[in-house]
Design a protein around this ligand. Structure first.
Ligand SMILES: [Fe+2]
Length: 334
């Protein structure tokens, strides 16, 4: 059923793309042939700013209901400095072996390190997940792979609390350059002021955004408690819009960023705007808590992904298609 629904949306988005003047249109011809060696899709859920109340549980239940294969959490976990309770909630809803990856948020600093801390529990969880491999300082300066998905989890702007930290930038650039994976994701918690809808200040710097863009990596963030997604950009600091099509042709030098900050803690108003935003979902738009979902390899096509933001009230606040024009095809290995 989900496959059928997604295929319909791919066709709708393809038709929309054909109507835009900026982006080269897709046709059903260019979408064929389907991958025969990649029959399984991979659904990623992106959340941030979770909290520990009913909203947090409801979002995790939504993630389970949508059939997500893994969670990427962009930081700010339970806001209570209680890693054990946080991990128990994840286990209660998603199970003890559910692949759950995360970047550190500012509200996670106090109990992030050390035995029984968030990092420790994430490590223990990922050790139970077949096929999940991580290296270096998990959630702070780390890379993980899962079914040929390549993910950089950074604490830039959070640990240490300053933008453009050179160690972070060098790490992000170096790891992305060394990866041959088609699907690359950059995950961190904080934002630049122009990369969120609320009152957050410049905390990350532009170099991390540009490094991920140059590598054609999707940029996932949190921190501001609303949802927003940029158009396809060819420069983040200048907010250079390459295309406004709902079909995003990412590749080296062009990508998009989003804030998925409706994980359960609270819902904030929109305070800022800009032509680079493709989707905005805050209190002003009647937002509910929810998550971003991306189905990679959707419909058996390794370089396609269909993505949407879904609220716990069932609202689909955003929907788009990614065509990844990077080099190597996405082939799940397990
Ligand atoms: Fe935060």
């Amino acid at each position: 059923m989900r496959q059928t629904k997604n295929l319909i949306w791919v066709m709708v988005l393809t038709a929309l793309g054909a109507c835009t003047q900026i982006d080269a249109p897709d046709t059903m011809d260019t979408m064929a042939p389907a991958m025969v060696d990649d029959p399984n899709d991979l659904t990623i859920a992106f959340i941030g700013d979770q909290g520990s109340g009913t909203g947090a549980r409801a979002v995790l239940e939504l993630i389970r209901a949508e059939g997500a294969d893994l969670v990427l959490h962009q930081g700010d976990f339970d806001y209570k400095d209680n890693p054990a309770a946080w991990d128990r909630l994840i286990t209660a809803v998603l199970g003890p072996e559910f692949p759950y990856f995360a970047s550190v948020g500012n509200h996670d600093r106090k109990r992030f390190f050390g035995t029984g801390g968030y990092q420790d529990l994430l490590k223990r969880r990922l050790a139970r997940v077949p096929g999940a491999r991580c290296m270096d300082d998990l959630g702070v300066r780390s890379v993980c792979t899962y079914r040929n998905l390549f993910m950089v989890f950074s604490g830039i702007g959070t640990i240490p609390r300053r933008p453009d930290d050179p160690r972070h930038i060098a790490y992000i650039r170096g790891k992305l350059a060394a990866s041959g994976a088609l699907w690359k994701i950059c995950s961190w918690h904080k934002n630049q002021r122009a990369m969120q809808l609320g009152k957050k200040k410049d905390a990350v710097g532009w170099a991390a955004y540009e490094a991920c863009r140059e590598a054609g990596a999707i940029i996932a963030t949190g921190h501001e408690h609303s949802y927003s997604r940029t158009h396809l950009l060819s420069h983040f600091e200048n907010r250079t819009i390459l295309s406004t099509s709902p079909i995003l042709r990412i590749g080296r030098g062009r990508t998009f960023a989003f804030v998925s900050g409706l994980g359960g803690k609270s819902i904030r108003r929109q305070r800022r705007d800009g032509p680079w935003w493709a989707a905005k979902y805050s209190k002003d738009q009647g937002a509910s808590h929810g998550a971003v979902f991306c189905i990679l390899g959707d419909g058996g096509r390794s370089n396609r992904a269909s993505c949407y933001f879904k609220g716990i009230d069932g609202t689909i606040a955003d929907r788009y298609l990614i065509v990844n024009e990077g080099r190597k095809p996405f082939r799940p290995t397990s």
